[in-house]
Every structure is written in C-alpha cells, then in structure tokens.
Ligand binder design. Structure first.
Ligand SMILES: *[C@@H]1O[C@H](CO)[C@@H](O)[C@H](O)[C@H]1NC(C)=O
Ligand SMILES: *[C@@H]1O[C@H](CO)[C@@H](O)[C@H](O)[C@H]1NC(C)=O
Ligand SMILES: *[C@@H]1O[C@H](CO)[C@@H](O)[C@H](O)[C@H]1NC(C)=O
Ligand SMILES: *[C@@H]1O[C@H](CO)[C@@H](O)[C@H](O)[C@H]1NC(C)=O
Ligand SMILES: *[C@@H]1O[C@H](CO)[C@@H](O)[C@H](O)[C@H]1NC(C)=O
Ligand SMILES: *[C@@H]1O[C@H](CO)[C@@H](O)[C@H](O)[C@H]1NC(C)=O
Ligand SMILES: *[C@@H]1O[C@H](CO)[C@@H](O)[C@H](O)[C@H]1NC(C)=O
Ligand SMILES: *[C@@H]1O[C@H](CO)[C@@H](O)[C@H](O)[C@H]1NC(C)=O
Ligand SMILES: *[C@@H]1O[C@H](CO)[C@@H](O)[C@H](O)[C@H]1NC(C)=O
Ligand SMILES: *[C@@H]1O[C@H](CO)[C@@H](O)[C@H](O)[C@H]1NC(C)=O
Length: 327
C-alpha cells in the first residue's frame, strides 16, 4: 500500500475579523472590519415572520418568506440562517457600509414593522514612529496609517514633509501653511501625528522630513512606507496519511507577504510532534497520535488572521472508519 489514503478532510474557512451585531433593535449601529465578516442578527427566527426584505440603497439584498429564502443579492459571500435570523456577510468592502432597512410584512401583506441599522466598515490602522531616521513603516491597503513625525509641532520652528518632490505638509509650529493636498491627509499639531486614510499602493515610497530651528539650522529624516494588502481569510486543511500521520496545510487569501505560524494547544510545535515542516512553513506533517487544538496564524506587517481546528489522532479516526466499513 504505497498510495496515500486520505481518510478525512477537515475544511475550515475563516474570514478576517468577525464581528456580531444585534440588528433586532431599530437604529442599531454595527461595525465590520474591511475584508472581515459581520454577523447581523435581523430577527429571532425567520419562521415567525411571514415576509421580510432587507434593503440597502433601494436594492433588495435579502428576500424571504418564513424559512424560505427567495433571493439573496450577495449570495456568493453571505449566508442567511433562518433558524437564528442571522445574516453573515464575508469579505466586507467599504461599499457594504451604509444604512440598511428591514421591512417586515404580516400575513395580509401589510408592512407591520420597519427597522434600520447603520453598518460602519473600519479599515486596518497602523502606527509608525517617524521620529527616528530611516524608520520603516507599514500601512494596510484601504486602511489608515498614523505617522508620528515629531512630539509636538509647537516645538518645531518650521517643518516640511516631502514625497517625490511634492510637499505634503508645510508648517510653522502649530500653524499648517499648506492646504493638505489630499482629502485623505490629516495633521494633528498637538501630537505631531500625520494620518493618511484609505491607503493605496501609490502611498508606498520614501518620505523626507525637514525640521528647522529658529536659527535656520535643519535636520533631515527619511522614512519608508510600505503598503501591504491585509490578510483576508485563512484556510486550514488536514488529512490523515496511510501511516497515521496527519498532514496539515494552511493558506491565506489576500495578504501580501504572508508569514505562517502554528501552535498546538497554545504552544509551539515540538520535534516530538512534527514529522516534517516547521512552525513557520505553511504545510506540516504531524506524527501519529498527535491531537489537540491546532492553530494556524497568518500574519504580515499589517494584520494577522488565524484558524483553529480540533484534531484527533489519525489512528483513532482510521480505527473508527475501519469499524464503520466492517459494520
Ligand atoms: C459574486 O457575485 C458578484 C455579483 O453578483 C460577482 O461580480 C462576483 O464575481 C462574484 N464573486 C465570486 C467569487 O463568485
Ligand atoms: C446562527 O446559526 C449559524 C449556523 O448554524 C451559526 O454559524 C451562527 O453562529 C448562528 N448565529 C447566532 C447569532 O446564533
Ligand atoms: C473580496 O472582495 C474584493 C472586492 O471588494 C475582491 O476583489 C476579492 O476577490 C474578494 N475576495 C474574496 C475571497 O472573495
Ligand atoms: C487653502 O484653501 C483655501 C480655500 O480652499 C484658500 O482660501 C486658501 O488661500 C488656501 N491656502 C493656501 C496656503 O493655499
Ligand atoms: C493625535 O491626535 C489625534 C487627534 O486628537 C488622535 O486622533 C490621534 O490618535 C493622536 N495620535 C497619537 C499618536 O497620540
Ligand atoms: C479609496 O481609494 C480608492 C482608490 O485607491 C477609491 O476608489 C475609493 O473610492 C476610496 N474610498 C474612499 C472611501 O474614499
Ligand atoms: C497612482 O499614481 C499614478 C502615477 O503617479 C497615477 O496615475 C494614479 O492616478 C495614482 N492612483 C491613485 C489611486 O492615486
Ligand atoms: C519557530 O520555532 C523557533 C525555534 O523553536 C523559534 O525561535 C521561532 O520563534 C518560532 N517561530 C514562530 C513564528 O513561532
Ligand atoms: C502546500 O500544500 C498545498 C496543497 O495542499 C500545495 O498546493 C502547496 O504547493 C504546498 N506548499 C508548499 C510550500 O509546499
Ligand atoms: C494579531 O492581531 C491582534 C489584533 O487584531 C493583535 O492584538 C496581536 O498582537 C496580533 N498578533 C500577532 C502575532 O501579530
């Protein structure tokens, strides 16, 4: 028997940061993370409701009659569970933000209730200390970066921040002289922090800061900003090999430069548990008899997402399967 016998495949899909929101109250305020998942509870049970429609921007997102889903506009990245009235939306984008309205109809076709909720999509935020020369900063695509340029602008006689020969910021103490050229830019003189929202790949590159004292002497600092797409979702697959070892592979979607790490019941994998691979490769093989909570984390410089599976020894699974087959 040389062929690898695949005994069991455990498949799990996890979508970024997951948030829950109770939309059973009118006027609920809900938050979702960009690229993440939001679980919006629309009602207790759909079976209690004759007819309902969930609407955004005059467009019907979900249309149902009791437990029956007639239409789901975002079917390929969402799931409505009638038994608990929860609508889960994956891979959130900024376009998902806004006001949603739930219309509930009674058996006579009259609208008996109307509820709204506001969904706010938040991007990934990173901080970077640019008070050191040659700082390496990271920002998430679509996210926000706060770059601390100085302690307090009031201490600095004159300063300029330049990228690609373009002056982004020109100030004298607390006074900002340039009109910030981009609507995504904000500078807070009191803490010397420059914020850039909705980062694009174009924001990557080298930035030059020039600081002048009252005698006109200047200091120069550079910082390098790298924009990375955040890690979106993690997929963890495990399968038993013929000898009773377990192969586990972890993959991620969306993230630039993903780095992998594994833990079992919260500790780093040991030589006693690992047959091949190591704690930083995306594919590993575990020895026989290994069991517990296996967790794969994927991270880059801007975020991290993990996925956990409880694994039982392959040998037990094979014995079980063997018994089932004999049965
Ligand atoms: C999901 O549906 C939208 C519109 O219905 C479509 O544009 C998009 O390509 C689909 N995505 C996938 C992964 O199927
Ligand atoms: C609703 O049911 C689905 C499917 O069983 C489950 O994934 C989800 O966590 C449940 N949500 C709530 C709020 O109970
Ligand atoms: C998530 O949505 C973006 C557009 O908003 C799309 O480009 C991307 O393919 C989607 N990813 C997945 C895993 O569906
Ligand atoms: C900034 O813009 C405002 C109006 O948009 C204008 O009145 C002001 O002169 C501008 N200041 C500079 C320094 O360009
Ligand atoms: C600087 O101040 C702004 C505005 O109050 C605030 O949003 C930001 O978090 C502050 N940043 C730091 C690093 O303290
Ligand atoms: C963010 O920037 C992209 C282009 O990089 C643009 O298409 C999008 O409309 C912007 N979003 C917001 C909320 O400003
Ligand atoms: C990125 O930069 C290029 C060239 O400088 C420019 O043509 C393009 O419009 C920029 N895109 C965004 C989203 O700012
Ligand atoms: C992997 O294991 C090595 C040696 O035990 C350790 O130094 C390293 O920090 C681990 N890496 C991660 C991502 O846990
Ligand atoms: C990990 O395994 C997957 C399939 O399980 C394969 O596609 C991928 O190439 C493997 N990666 C490495 C680095 O061996
Ligand atoms: C993962 O991200 C969380 C915030 O979402 C952060 O608290 C944690 O320190 C990060 N872990 C690693 C290993 O980067």
């Amino acid at each position: 028997m040389e062929a690898v016998v695949v005994m069991m495949v455990v498949l799990g899909l996890c979508h970024g940061v997951e948030t829950y929101c109770d939309g059973r109250q009118n006027g609920a305020q809900c938050y979702g993370a960009l690229g993440g998942t939001v679980d919006v509870q629309l009602m207790d049970r759909a079976s209690d409701i004759h007819k309902y429609q969930w609407i955004k921007d005059q467009r019907v997102i979900l249309d149902g009659r009791k437990n029956q889903i007639l239409f789901n506009h975002i079917e390929n990245r969402s799931l409505f569970t009638p038994s608990n009235g929860t609508f889960s939306i994956n891979n959130l984008s900024r376009n998902d933000g806004g006001e949603y309205q739930l219309d509930i109809y009674d058996a006579n076709g009259y609208r008996s209730e109307e509820r709204t909720l506001n969904l706010i999509i938040q991007g990934v935020e990173t901080y970077c200390d640019g008070r050191q020369n040659e700082a390496q900063c990271y920002g998430a695509l679509g996210g926000t970066v706060d770059v601390q340029l100085m302690d307090r602008a009031s201490d600095v006689h004159k300063y300029q921040w330049i990228k690609d020969q373009r002056t982004i910021l020109d100030g004298r103490k607390d006074q900002i002289l340039t009109n910030l050229t981009d609507q995504r830019y904000f500078f807070t003189p009191s803490n010397g922090t420059f914020r850039i929202n909705n980062l694009s790949r174009n924001d990557s590159g080298e930035y030059q800061l020039e600081l002048y004292d009252s005698e006109g002497k200047n200091k120069k600092r550079t910082l390098h900003l790298t924009i990375q797409a955040p890690v979106g979702s993690v997929l963890l697959l495990s399968e038993c090999l013929s000898e009773g070892q377990m192969r586990a592979s972890c993959s991620s979607e969306g993230g630039d430069s993903p780095q992998y790490s594994w833990t079992l019941d919260g500790h780093t994998l040991t030589h006693a548990e690992l047959l091949s691979g190591n704690n930083e490769t995306n594919n590993i093989t575990l020895k026989q008899h290994v069991s517990g909570r296996l967790l794969c984390s994927v991270r880059n410089q801007v975020n991290n997402v993990s996925k956990e599976e409880t694994i039982s020894p392959c040998k037990d699974q094979m014995d079980m399967k063997f018994k089932e087959t004999k049965h």
